[in-house]
Design a protein around this ligand. Structure first.
Ligand SMILES: [Zn+2]
Length: 92
């Protein structure tokens, strides 16, 4: 499995923690430009967000994850848990 980091060229704000992010990480071999409804896990708080048509982020609910295949869903959940566990350990 390969992870590819891509600069957004702008900042997006996590709706859960207000952390700004200017990079996305995707699984695969190519750089990507996020599109409507693509997922982004906040590496600060672990929130699972989706890109809106305007390019900002919105929080997701459990039903959003139904759009993913089981492998993708598990990966997103694991990434979210890693980030939220790290934040809890660091006391932020
Ligand atoms: Zn966040």
């Amino acid at each position: 499995m390969t992870f590819v980091h891509t600069a957004l060229g702008r900042e997006v704000v996590c709706p859960s923690c207000a952390e700004t992010q200017d990079m996305v990480t995707s699984v695969g071999d190519a750089r990507v430009t996020p599109r409507l409804d693509d997922f982004l896990v906040c590496f600060n708080c672990g929130a699972i967000n989706r890109f809106t048509a305007q390019g900002s982020l919105r929080p997701t609910g459990e039903r959003d994850l139904d759009d993913l295949d089981p492998t993708q869903r598990d990966m997103i959940r694991k990434m979210s848990c890693v980030a939220s566990d790290r934040r809890r350990r660091e006391g932020n």
